[in-house]
Design a binder for this molecule. Structure first.
Ligand code: FDA
Ligand code: NAP
Length: 446
């Protein structure tokens, strides 16, 4: 511990992916427009540099949302942080428009995010992992007006204090039950890193588990990168199904849909999931499905099938010994058991939602939950806490049960960040008014 450990910020963001990057910009724009004169903020990111799902930056992967759903445009169409402003700064605006395509590659969008983060870098600490959030020792939880964050970085451990934290630590990779990751059994979130460590010549039989976008993109990548290999797709459905991005269904991602979900009845919410889960989960973009089908068909014409789609199949277990990876599969309508051997197995088996319980430690006791044990969250994304607690814990992610499908996606980050910035500013102004009043009567707001 050292002396720089007693900085107090109005907002500390935990995690610096696109959500908190968008918030950093929103807070900066508040400042620039003179709507307040000093909400101080710091963002802590455990990666050593900015990175947005780097291990899935496959060469031909495209974005799944329009470039207009960037970090800012839906909140402030005149922001200098828009994707269009980035294209202009890079000298590629006319060429981009000539493409007539709403969906840039993930690689180009990553470059945009890097360009944006570079412009707010003075408020970001990389290589800084928040290990816990709690109340400062001796604080009465009922009156707490600040939180204490423990941070591990290259210099050791330090403490940062915040009046509000915004937790945005992202999705958590999920493996099939009982299956451990190692040098030959990978989750899709580590794909390019693990793939890069292998000698491609050693990968003669590879398998990809799952029927979502990650699985389909990885199957296509392996097929193209390993022309000598047999590629197996272990698909729980009857082939890949399409992600519905038709206009009416796409309204589920509009900012207004958040209110419909948040203020809706249990029945309304249930309808959102029942009818529209296929806009995002266990589904694949049409062009990737067609790319894969084309490959299987062309192989058939040539008589050299090497992309094997194992439909109605789930992975049940994996036995590992040396270079050998023996995978037990349940296949077909009768769940027939069979075993196959692979040189590498990629589990593109999805993610679970952001879960801040561990991070919040003891503080979690002061965060209220609903009957199903999930956090109660205000419309402004602030966790409902003990009524007297004045410091705020906001969530960017982990709010699918209260705010709907966009919770873990990019579609709504510009508007959501604006709403969080508004909320912090409103409470900040309230606090200043209170402070002025107390100063008049000789009190102390802390
Ligand atoms: P994100 O996961 O991006 O960032 C969280 C950050 O927190 C990470 O950088 C992590 O290192 C950091 N962190 C975690 N714990 C920490 C700690 N204790 N201390 C400090 N830092 C910590 N959605 C969409 O709408 N359109 C799309 O095109 C895509 N594409 C896409 C591709 C792939 C491959 C995946 C896996 C997902 C998508 N998504 C998506 C969904 C995805 O959740 C979304 O794009 C964003 O990553 C959400 O941004 P966040 O900032 O909320 O989380
Ligand atoms: P996902 O959509 O949740 O898909 C996970 C898949 O794994 C499902 O098909 C699931 O089937 C299957 N699965 C789980 N356990 C299994 C088992 N034991 N055996 C066989 N299959 C199993 O996850 P994802 O594809 O990683 O997508 C996550 C998010 O990232 C989505 O929002 C997606 O749009 C996004 N993404 C975007 C891009 C891009 O922008 N280009 C790329 C990749 C991902 P069940 O449902 O039957 O369990």
């Amino acid at each position: 511990m050292n002396d720089r450990e007693h900085d107090i910020y109005d907002v500390v963001g935990i995690g610096f992916g696109p959500s908190n990057l968008s918030l950093a910009i929103a807070l900066g724009e508040y400042q620039a427009h003179g709507r307040e004169d000093g909400i101080s903020s710091l963002f802590l990111e455990r990666q050593s540099a900015f990175g947005w799902h780097r291990n899935m930056l496959l060469p031909s992967a495209t974005m799944q949302i329009s470039f207009l759903k960037d970090l800012v445009t839906f909140r402030n169409p005149t922001s200098s942080f828009s994707f269009i402003a980035y294209l202009h700064a890079s000298g590629r605006l006319p060429q981009f428009v000539n493409n007539q395509d709403f969906f840039p590659t993930r690689q180009e969008f990553h470059q945009y995010l890097e360009w944006a983060q570079n412009r707010v870098a003075d408020r970001v600490a990389y290589g800084a992992e928040v290990t816990s959030v709690g109340l400062p020792p001796g604080t009465d939880p009922e009156r707490a007006d600040r939180l204490r964050l423990e941070v591990a970085d290259a210099a050791g451990r330090r403490v940062v204090e915040a009046r509000n934290v915004v937790v945005s630590t992202g999705l958590v990779p999920s493996m099939p039950e009982g299956i451990e990751r190692d040098e030959r059994v990978w989750h899709s979130s580590e794909f390019l890193d693990k793939f890069g460590r292998m000698d491609p010549a050693e990968l003669r039989r590879v398998a990809v588990v799952g029927a979502g976008q990650s699985a389909a993109e990885i199957a296509r990548f392996l097929y193209d990168e390993l022309p000598h290999a047999q590629v197996y797709a272990i698909v729980p459905s009857y082939g890949y199904s399409i992600a519905d991005d038709t206009p009416f269904a796409n309204q589920i991602f509009d900012p207004a849909a958040v209110d419909d979900y948040y203020f809706g009845t249990e029945q309304t919410r249930e309808a959102f999931w029942r009818y529209h889960r296929n806009t995002n989960y266990s589904v694949v973009d049409a062009d990737v499905i067609r790319d894969l089908y084309r490959r299987t068909y062309d192989d058939e014409v040539r008589g050299t099938a090497r992309l094997h789609i194992l439909n109605l199949t789930r992975v049940a277990a994996v036995k590992r010994a040396g270079a050998e990876t023996r995978v037990s599969l349940h296949s077909g309508p009768d769940a027939e058991v069979r075993e196959l051997e692979f040189d590498a197995l990629v589990c593109a088996t999805g993610y679970s939602s952001m879960e801040p319980t561990t991070l919040l430690g003891d503080l979690d006791r002061h965060c209220l939950r609903d009957e199903a044990g999930r956090y109660r969250v205000e419309r402004d994304y602030r966790i409902v806490t003990d009524p007297e607690m004045r410091c705020g814990v906001y969530l960017q992610g982990g709010t699918e049960h209260t705010h709907g499908l966009t919770s873990s996606l990019l579609s709504n980050i510009a508007v959501r960040s604006g709403e969080i910035a508004d909320s912090v500013a409103a409470r900040w102004l309230g606090r200043n008014a209170e402070s002025a009043l107390l100063a008049e009567v000789g009190g102390d707001i802390h």
